[in-house]
Design a protein around this ligand. Sequence first.
Ligand code: PEP
Length: 263
Amino acid sequence: REGRRPLIAGNWKMNLTHLEAIGMVQKLAFSLREPELEAAEVVVLPPFTALRSVQTLVTGDKLEVGYGAQDLSVQDSGAYTGEVSGAMLAALACRYVVVGHSERRAVHAEDDAVVAGKVRAALRHGLVPILCVGEGLEVRRSGEHVAHCTGQLDAALEGLTAEQLTEPGGGSGLVVAYEPVWAIGTGEVATPEDAQEVCGALRSRLAERFGAETAGVVRILYGGSVKAANTAGILAGPDVDGALVGGASLDADEFAQICRTAA
Ligand code: PEP
């Protein structure tokens, strides 16, 4: 995959207290070895309430485990009860933030405009958005899945430049995750060919919009019922640079095995 370091990100969703989070990260760090953590980037995405504990553990014990949040506000501060800003996440040294997860789009009615606003909010604060796109079953059955996903990508990145998607050191400031809604939490994983088809199309679209150089460094993940047993197949596609893992990230042994397979 052209020098792109695989990224395995565990989306814990609304699970684990801050105390349980500490146990999970300790277990994970214990079962992964240095060469594996160098070969693949391992990231956890706890609920907001566990971020400070994870930060303290990771920095105190110098663990090679990254972390980030599952969502952020479009706004930077002010009278937005219950919201958490990009500035607050940056102050906790989060590197990543998930934007546009299908559960946010469906359960919290986040439309393309909100998702685009959250991508901008993340970039403003030096956070790397993990931008989720993906089609539902109806769209998949209609055969329009590639256009649907590239359309969501276009809408989320509307008006941005290649410079805004590039980190000061020249690395990518964006991660994209292809998460077919019909595969999330259902046990029904996409085939390696399905994953590659859409991830490849997303990279081509990034190249059209931002140039081949930028597209070549953006990591594009697959997400949807990833387990240790199907990781190797999914990651075989040349444009599939890692996985966004939901359910299986709550089992430290299973998640560590996914990370080892990716390394
Ligand atoms: C997710 O919610 O990002 C996800 C991929 O979930 P699961 O792995 O449980 O399908």
